[in-house]
Design a protein around this ligand. Structure first.
Ligand code: SF4
Length: 434
């Protein structure tokens, strides 16, 4: 979501006539778009602002902007600590960035961290990184309150876009040559829950959205992230299985395999329910690849809790996992919990988890040997002698052939490793290019 916001900021500035530059001395505007999920995000922000002070001294006309989650969280503190910052713009106020820049020229430093509801950030232009694939924000914000997570504090409650608005954006992308879209939301399953008409029962609209986006001409791959195991529903599995363009991959965050820890995290599902959903998903879509998020060393996690996580990881047989060592985020409930687990214990558990998941991931990868798969080319290596592509199951494939980004091709898998596959072209790429 944060990276997509950066695309929106780039799009806004470029629509105003600016161009990107790598040279800070050439820049008229520098935006630090912050993400508070990352560890030490505040230290990094204030460190970077320190580095920018001499640049601002050399070029007093330069505008320095801080946006994103830390802008929303730290607000006035940013300009108190770094008075050379011209604009602080919160996560909801992005559409006002150009006005704020203009006002800072005449009225000095500006800050806008108000919670607007009338202008949805996705109505803004975007300077997208790729010409052939795009993120599409469907519902920023989150109504949950996981005790380790800063998102509800900095992004506010969930705000779903209208289906018509999203479809129009995807149609526009397809008309410009985009072939793959990823629908983005903190909890995609509850998409639409906040905009259904008053007095009617709140209906999850996500399965309908998947089917309608998947039917748009020119869109050949639809991905989404992330569903919440608590709000998952059978109609989403049916929509995934019955919509040919929806890719055979799901990111399904586990966080912990211990019911006791899940409760302390305020994750309102339990391990058996999680595993039950996985069984149903795999029964409907047998070749689906599953990735997950796991936090190790949450406050109060015992060796027995951790053993439960290892058990679930064995049973779930994830294709890949983002594994994190818990570290407190200021402003979250878990940051004030007693029983923080000693660093050395967390490190030991983390290494055991990584070892297990690497073994499982390698075996899942090895099962791909000899398979013939459709790949979408993402780009070449730096030397220009090979190509990186991606399967529908979200696996990276290295090809020896040099192909244009945005090209679809058929490849046979001739070698496997834990985190990537090697393929050979078996059929000429089709005509779809970026
Ligand atoms: S579901 Fe939980 S982890 Fe995900 S964004 Fe919401 S509060 Fe954070």
């Amino acid at each position: 979501m944060n990276e997509h916001d950066s695309e929106r900021i780039g799009g806004l500035l470029m629509a105003d006539g600016m161009l990107p530059t790598d040279d800070v001395d050439q820049a008229r505007v520098i935006v630090l778009n912050t993400c508070a999920i990352r560890e030490n995000a505040d230290n990094k922000l204030y460190g970077n602002l320190g580095h920018l002070k001499p640049v601002k001294d050399r070029h007093p006309e330069l505008k320095i902007v801080v946006s994103g989650c830390l802008a929303q969280k730290d607000q006035g503190l940013i300009q108190r600590k770094a008075p050379w910052v011209d604009v602080v713009v919160g996560t909801h106020a992005l559409p006002h960035l150009l006005d704020l820049l203009k006002e800072s020229e005449t009225d000095g430093p500006q800050m806008d961290v108000r919670e607007y509801t009338e202008t949805f950030p996705s109505a803004l232009p975007a300077a997208r990184e790729d010409a052939f694939r795009a993120w599409v924000s469907i519902a920023p914000g989150c109504d949950n309150a996981c005790t380790f997570c800063i998102v509800p504090l900095v992004r506010g409650p969930q705000r779903s876009r209208s289906i018509g608005d999203i479809l129009a954006e995807v149609q526009g992308l397809a008309a410009r040559g985009v072939v793959e879209v990823t629908l983005l939301g903190q909890n995609v399953n509850t998409f639409g829950r906040d905009v259904t008409v008053p007095a009617s029962s709140p209906t999850p609209l996500f399965s309908r959205l998947l089917r309608e986006v998947g039917a748009i001409d020119g869109i050949r791959r639809v991905r989404f992230t992330s569903p919440h195991p608590h709000d998952f529903t059978p109609d989403v599995i049916e929509a995934m299985a019955e919509t040919p363009t929806v890719c055979e991959h799901i990111h399904f965050p586990l966080q912990s395999g211990s019911d006791r820890v899940l409760k302390a995290m305020r994750r309102s599902y339990r391990r058996e329910r999680y595993l039950g959903w996985l069984d149903r998903i795999r029964a409907a879509i047998p070749d689906i690849a599953v990735s997950t998020d796991i936090i190790v060393g949450f406050p109060g996690e015992t060796e027995e809790d951790f053993a439960r996580t290892l058990e679930v990881v064995e049973r779930a047989a994830f294709d890949s996992a983002f594994m994190f060592q818990y570290s407190p985020r200021p402003g979250t409930r878990a940051a004030s919990f007693d029983e923080q687990v000693p660093k050395v214990v967390v490190q030991d558990r983390f290494e055991r988890l990584v070892e297990l998941q690497e073994r499982i991931g390698a075996a899942r990868s090895a099962a791909q040997l000899g398979a013939e798969v459709e790949v979408l080319v993402e780009g070449g290596d730096k030397k220009g002698v090979s190509t990186q592509a991606r399967t529908r199951t979200n696996r990276i494939v290295h090809l020896r052939d040099v192909l244009e980004p945005g090209t679809f091709a058929q490849a046979r898998i001739v070698a496997t490793a834990t985190h990537h596959l090697t393929g050979e072209l078996v059929r000429s790429p089709d005509a779809v290019t970026a």
